[in-house]
Design a protein around this ligand. Structure first.
Ligand SMILES: [Zn+2]
Length: 296
């Protein structure tokens, strides 16, 4: 069987940043032709993990979608002379933690919310298709916002309640850079906690107030990531889309619109780019918000 990481690309948006990008390849699936979390939730949309590196130290931001992917990340860093690896989990979702076992001998850092969610969903994740087994749990739990030093690079880890209640984003003040996890996604956010969307809007505004210049998401365009990331209009695009979802109440005609029509404003602004596989994400988002079915 072909290894799952056969199409992974290693990008270097900055000298001290590695981006491990896979998927978003038309007609290609990595795991199975059957519906599954790896292909439908990550690979088809494009999925990117990161590492911040200085000298012999590295901080890996999410362990990617399989052990093969995680091994490639580790191999790449070790080939660069890294001998000390820590991991930070952006949040609890499967496509961000599936490679944890490859870093079982490293410190794996996460928020208390991420630990609680992984504990609650461990059995389901270990028995999913594909299974994440064993699910290696975080070994260090963040006590509020925390600054780490990766070699000479200061990394500020901040908790935000966007996309998922447990999200941890990273700010590199000296590089004017924010690693967004799934809090920002090109073209649209994935609504997994529809009841919390108003809270997500509040925290998007708070994140916008940090005045960071560049943003690197875990789901976005490889060419934009390789070129250094998105600008702050990415936050506005996310806000506008979420506001439109929240205004759907009783708006039957708008709820029927496809993504290209529904979100024409954000595509017109150039902040994000229409991508057809997100039609399914949008349909699911609309259904989640108007309550046709609930999402676990
Ligand atoms: Zn997620």
């Amino acid at each position: 069987m072909e290894k799952l990481d056969a199409t992974m690309r290693v990008l270097r948006p900055y000298p001290h940043v590695f981006a491990f990008y896979d998927g978003r390849i038309e007609g290609v699936r990595a795991y199975s032709s059957e519906p599954n979390w790896l292909d439908d939730g990550a690979y088809a949309l494009g999925i990117c993990s990161y590492a911040i590196v200085d000298g012999a130290q590295a901080l890996v931001y999410d362990t990617h979608i399989s052990l093969d992917h995680a091994r490639l990340i580790r191999r790449t860093l070790e080939a660069e002379g890294v001998s000390s690896i820590r991991v930070l989990l952006s949040h609890c979702h499967d496509d961000h933690v599936a490679g944890n076992a490859v870093f079982a001998d490293c410190e794996i850092i996460a928020s208390a919310g991420t630990l609680a969610a992984l504990t609650a969903h461990r059995e389901a994740m270990e028995n999913a298709a594909p299974p994440i087994k064993p699910l290696v749990m975080p070994s260090r739990i963040l006590d509020g916002d925390t600054t780490l030093q990766v070699g000479r690079i200061a990394v500020e880890i901040r908790h935000v309640d966007i996309h998922s209640f447990d999200a941890a984003v990273m700010v590199l003040p000296e590089s004017d850079l924010l690693f967004a996890g799934d809090t920002l996604e090109d073209p649209i956010t994935y609504v997994d906690e529809p009841a919390r969307l108003k809270i997500h809007l509040d925290d998007l505004a708070r994140m916008g107030g940090w005045n960071v210049g560049r943003f690197l998401p875990n789901h976005g365009r490889a060419d934009v990531i390789a070129a250094g990331g998105y600008d702050a209009s990415f936050i506005d695009a996310t806000r506008i889309y979420v506001e439109k979802l929240l205004a759907l109440d009783g708006e039957t005609a708008t709820a029927e619109q496809d993504l290209q029509t529904f979100a024409a404003e954000i595509f017109g602004s150039g902040a994000v780019t229409y991508f057809a596989p997100y039609e399914d994400v949008h349909r699911r988002n609309v259904e989640a918000v108007i309550g046709r079915h609930s999402i676990s």
